[in-house]
Design a protein around this ligand. Structure first.
Ligand SMILES: Cc1ncc(C[n+]2csc(CCOP(=O)(O)OP(=O)(O)O)c2C)c(N)n1
Length: 468
């Protein structure tokens, strides 16, 4: 009458490929709750047929490598920031099923603020909160949820009300907010409670699919290694010491679909991007000026004016009404360290300011060529300061423009303006931004008239150099 099936949920990878790891086993210790919860989540994903639209946020903590196990969309988030990232992901991809998976250190300590506000906003996401009463991964420090009396590496005499304060009950706390739709606490102890956990996992995912709103399931879970107990003893410890402090139960179960943003039909797969490496970058083959988006990296050493060159281009682009991002990156040195900045100039909203494969690079010195030229997308552009750059990359698939920026700037009697010579050469080749826009933006920003004039002279000299 019944058929018993054994096997792994389909949304687990066949092999858990990772550096220095046995691909047949996970990173979890015997008796740990993480693996059991992963299994329940994976089975629910299979049964609901949502693997292709599930986006799983792996935490910092013992479950950090979740992306090695579940074959879904995976994002690894900074410690505690998962509810904020989940909010962003869900809002731009409302048809996806977004899972924030967090430990008690992650959710209740460093990420206390994020969870509180995501819950209060009633984000239509699913949060699985693994409460093992300690920081497992880092060796068993006290967490906000450590029960009174429990000895940890940072409360060696046992947690006391007077010194460390009492444990925090997250479900009860969040249930005081109006935002959440569903909050339940379960415990991975005996078979009955395993079944309750399985049911809660499914309900929390189904709620999101149905657009009912914020759902959180707290899972009381054993940490035999962190507690220095055998797996059976650790499970008994959950029953005897955690359950009385954190009673399982449903703290909220309502339908918030009328109050929150509607969840439309499943998101379509993202269209293929035009640049290599899967990154939206400039369309290098497009005629000058006819771009949809440019991903540009400027790089040199501190003191060369790399960041100001980037700012001038960015401000000019903003002046033209382009969507623009500018991210600087530099060492702590005042002079002589490395300095780069990454710009995106786009006719559409910019998905991410990060650039790993630039379409265009302006290299102010030789190390910048070594560092960034290999990453330029095929068909891209490399503008080099040939006053300093003698070795060019061995690439036939990009265009290289050499500009003796120092000599040109010296010819103007202003060697410091070599950076703007390179800007001039760049805009002449690409028509990315008009020289007048840069001029007007600098004036608007309150740059002194004399400086604006000197910069514009350098820009014009750079333009002339490449026209020749
Ligand atoms: C910003 C930051 N601070 C601290 C750490 C160190 N760290 C790594 S895991 C962890 C605690 C995780 O504990 P928990 O969320 O309870 O997860 P568990 O390992 O118990 O599953 C900490 C503090 C870090 N990686 N990043």
């Amino acid at each position: 009458m019944f058929e018993t099936k054994y096997g792994r949920a389909a949304c687990f990878y066949d092999k858990f490929e990772r550096k220095n790891g046995d691909p047949e086993v996970t990173t979890y210790c015997p008796g740990c709750g993480h693996g059991v919860l992963h299994k329940m989540i994976a089975e629910a994903i299979d049964d609901f047929g949502i693997a292709d639209r599930t986006i799983l946020l792996s935490p910092v903590g013992c479950a950090v490598f979740m992306y090695y196990y579940l074959d879904v969309g995976n994002i690894q988030v900074s410690h505690g920031r998962s509810p904020a990232v989940a909010t962003g992901v869900k809002r731009v991809r409302p048809g996806s099923v977004v899972i924030s998976y967090q430990g008690d250190g992650d959710l209740a300590a460093i990420g206390g603020n994020e969870i509180l506000h995501a819950a209060n906003r009633g984000e239509n996401i699913t949060v699985f909160f693994v409460n093992n009463g300690i920081y497992g991964m880092t060796g068993g420090q006290m967490a906000p949820t450590t029960p009174l009396g429990q000895k940890t590496t940072t409360s060696p005499r046992g947690r006391s009300f007077a010194v460390e304060g009492p444990p925090m009950r997250v479900c009860e706390l969040l249930a005081t907010l109006d935002g959440p739709a569903y909050i339940e606490r379960v415990a991975l102890t005996d078979a009955k409670n395993h079944m309750a956990t399985r049911k809660a996992v499914r309900k929390a995912l189904q709620n999101q699919i149905d657009g009912k709103g914020f759902s959180l399931v707290e899972v009381l879970s054993a940490c035999p290694s962190g507690w220095k107990a055998s797996p059976p003893d650790a499970i008994r410890w959950v029953e005897q010491n955690m359950v009385p402090v954190f009673p399982p139960g449903v703290f909220r179960d309502i339908d918030r679909s009328g109050d929150i943003r509607p969840s439309p039909a499943p998101a379509q797969p993202a269209p293929a991007t035009e640049a290599a490496g899967g990154e939206a970058a400039s369309a290098p083959a497009a005629p000058a000026g006819e771009f949809k988006e440019i991903a540009l990296t400027l790089s040199g050493f501190g003191g060369q004016g790399v960041l100001f060159a980037g700012v001038s281009l960015a401000e000019g682009a903003v002046h033209e009404g382009l969507e623009t991002t500018w991210i600087p990156s530099y060492g702590p040195e005042m002079r002589g360290g490395t300095a780069h900045c990454h710009l995106r100039l786009s006719r559409e909203a910019i998905a991410s300011p990060l650039i790993t494969r630039p379409g265009h690079v302006i290299a102010f010195n030789q190390p910048s060529v070594e560092k960034f030229a290999p990453a330029i997308v095929p068909g891209g552009l490399l503008v080099v300061n040939s006053s300093l750059v003698k070795g060019l990359p061995d690439r036939q698939d990009i265009r290289v423009v050499q500009v003796p920026a120092y000599e040109i700037a010296e010819g103007l009697g202003n060697p410091k303006a070599a950076n703007m010579v390179l800007v001039g050469a760049y805009i002449e080749v690409t028509k990315a931004v008009g020289a007048k826009s840069i001029h007007d933006a600098l004036v608007e920003k309150g740059v002194k008239a004399k400086l604006v004039e000197a910069n514009m002279q350098a820009i014009e000299a750079g333009r002339r150099a490449v026209r020749k």
